[in-house]
Design a protein around this ligand. Sequence first.
Ligand SMILES: [Zn+2]
Length: 317
Amino acid sequence: MPSDPAAPHFRVERLAPGVHAAVARTTGAALANSGIVDLGGATLVFDSTLTPRTGRLLARTAERLTGRAPAFVVNSHYHGDHIWGNGAFVGAHVVSTRTVRSNVIARSRGQFRSMRREVRHELPRLGHPRWPIERADVPQLRAWFRAVRDAPAELPIVPPDVTFNDELVLEGSRRAVHLLSYGGGHSPSDVFAYLPDERIAFVGDLALEGYHLSVGDGYPAEWVRILDRLRRLRPRTVLPGHGPVGTNRTIDRAARYLGDLLTLARRARARSIPSPEFVRTPIPEKYRSLRFTLMFPENLRRVYASLGPAGRRRSSK
Ligand SMILES: [Zn+2]
């Protein structure tokens, strides 16, 4: 569909009748994946992408696929690439946990401003041979940074107006969507959507496919427990926050990645290796093909810090 203005940003994939994934292209401005569900009588979109522009394209795509403008936009967590498109869903309710709402209100405006400053500074340096960023990641980082640079300076921050703590079920004539939160793993509060009849889960950044997880704002041990509970729902199809559509193995791989990092950090602690040295640990062989290698040192730092204050060592940085 060459005339579709959404095509450069995401690829639409049908997961079941009335259930679609908008899978972000690595060279587009959406950055994060979204789900589109025809509930029967109402349309739900899961995550609104990085920018109002891609949010509008997503809203239009959802309308074309379901015959209705979306009535609900769910936010998996408060990070910008999942919520900055909220304002494009005119007339829709934005749904998430109370904690996501308070984080959006308290942090999103500041985060957008600092990211805009940062991308202006970083864009000219991207792809420079002396700049320590994996070459394979450069085109995607460039698309991401440009999208933030080109977004409106006064980007509308639209926080959730329908909130819950643990679970909210949206019932349509065609199907129900269970919105669940098992607490904070990747962020202070993470929401996923589960469609029990189809065994489809939209999991936001709780699991990624082909990317390093982003642990910098997370709670690694709690995250592992969340993934264990999520696995018990036995999802067959898993839409990760980034990367192609996966399966229940996507959840397993995320849990294993976190487990491996926790093991590395515990060993380093046991050998009294300080954090600044630990974060220089090379990426283990089996994770070398993952995208966004720049996440790895920050992931190590956070996992190490999550183990609590170091025993007898002095706590200076
Ligand atoms: Zn995130």
